[in-house]
Write a protein that binds this ligand. Structure first.
Ligand SMILES: [Cu+2]
Length: 408
């Protein structure tokens, strides 16, 4: 409850400040008018006041009782990203039931075992939607909506031709309906038309994985963009018969954005900011649900080992320019395609919202390799992490003294 108070306190202070300022302005105008005793001055002030009001009214109309005031949307569903005040009330009355998660981040090492079979199979996948409280950055709390309690949700790995049954449960403690649209599914809504689940419900979908590739899955309950901007996305990897070429280490990353009402770094509980989402102006851009500067984001491999990183983008707005500082990707499965030849010798690859890729390289030098969205201002909003390489240096490739705090 103390956490909920941080949110309320911030807005009480903000509102009180505004109230004091308006009162002071009113007193000032009143005193000015009394002193002037001038009719033309009064008329001038009224005209100024009406003019300013019209200035705001003409583009925005009258404010509605929602957050943010006066925003408009034209999505296909009747429910948009705005927060009716009743939802804000519902959030606070349910606040004590949310699970508090110490680290929202899905471990990038949490990749399903490689496929080795050559015959199709029937797979059963259980996924649960959970609404939890965790941190985007130290002290910056947010109400995440998740698949299985982390961002991103679990990586799913199947083979082309498999029959996949998804049992999707929406936790009884949720306060929103949730669903899953799998980009690997051929059929209405990518399955979201079947998997809409109210809190406490379980829905089941069976589909055949027709196309190989690395696909995004995400919640598609209205407002879909808003659900994704709360963390509801993951990857489903549909591999060609026999699986992918073997590598020594595999990792799983997904980029995403968070839109908070408080500015970057504002501490305490943050409400989401639907207007910033409509504007594509996030406060935080992150990999795996939170800023990259926390300890524990451990990605390690040895010199001589081949590495594959599955990279998805949950968006909801920004195209990722995925780059690993100090490396060149030997191969990139561009656009997440396994049937086109991989692109070779790549510095930076594009990962669009709702898209994915896999990059491969063999580590040749020990040290820290920072992966980023190379729209580098986003690194300052949290979009980075480190792959640590252990082993023996090869002076013929890289010879010099590494400064421990060198920027790159
Ligand atoms: Cu959802």
């Amino acid at each position: 409850m103390a956490l909920a108070l941080t949110f309320i306190w911030a807005y009480v202070v903000q509102s009180a400040g505004l109230f004091v300022a308006f009162t002071a302005a009113a007193v000032f105008i009143y005193l000015a008018l009394r002193r002037m005793r001038s009719r033309s001055m009064t008329v001038a002030l009224v005209v100024v006041f009406l003019g300013i009001s019209l200035f705001f009214y003409v583009p925005n109309g009258l404010p509605a009782f929602q957050y943010p005031f006066g925003s408009t949307y034209y999505g296909p569903s009747s429910m948009g990203p705005v927060l009716p005040l009743s939802h804000v009330w519902e959030f606070f009355t349910h606040f004590s039931q949310f699970q508090h998660v110490a680290d929202i981040s899905r471990d990038p090492n949490d990749v399903p075992a490689p496929l080795t079979r050559t015959t199709v199979a029937a797979d059963t996948i259980d996924i649960t939607a959970n609404e939890v409280i965790s941190q985007i950055a130290p002290g910056v709390f947010f109400n995440f909506w998740t698949f299985d309690g982390t961002v991103p949700g679990p990586m799913i790995r199947v083979m082309q031709g498999d029959t996949v049954t998804v049992r999707f449960k929406n936790d009884a403690k949720s306060i929103h309906p949730h669903s899953i649209d799998f980009h690997a599914v051929i059929g209405p809504g990518g399955g979201a038309s079947v998997l809409q689940a109210n809190p406490g419900e379980t829905k089941t979908l069976t589909f055949k994985a027709l196309h190989p590739g690395i696909f995004v899955y995400h919640c598609a309950s209205p407002d879909a963009a808003n659900h994704m901007a709360h963390g509801m996305y993951g990857l489903i990897d549909v591999e060609p018969v026999g699986g992918l070429p073997k590598v020594d280490k595999e990792f799983y990353l997904m980029q995403g954005e968070f839109y908070t009402a408080g500015a970057l770094g504002r501490q305490g509980l943050q409400i989401d900011n639907p207007q910033a989402m409509l504007d594509g102006d996030p406060q935080y851009v992150v990999f795996n649900g939170r800023v990259g500067s926390w300890p524990g984001f451990q990605m390690q491999a040895g010199v001589g080992q081949s590495v594959r990183i599955f990279v998805g983008n949950g968006g909801v707005n920004l195209i990722s320019s995925f780059h690993t500082i100090g490396e060149v990707f030997d191969r990139v499965y561009d656009e997440g395609s396994y049937t086109s030849p991989p692109v070779t010798d790549v510095q930076t690859t594009l990962v669009p919202p709702g898209g994915a890729t896999a990059v491969e390289f063999t580590l040749k030098e020990p040290g820290n390799y920072t992966f980023v969205d190379h729209a580098l201002a986003r690194m300052d909003r949290g979009a980075w992490g480190v792959l640590h390489a252990t082993g023996t240096p090869d002076m013929s490739i890289f010879d010099g003294v590494v400064e421990p705090m060198a920027g790159h």
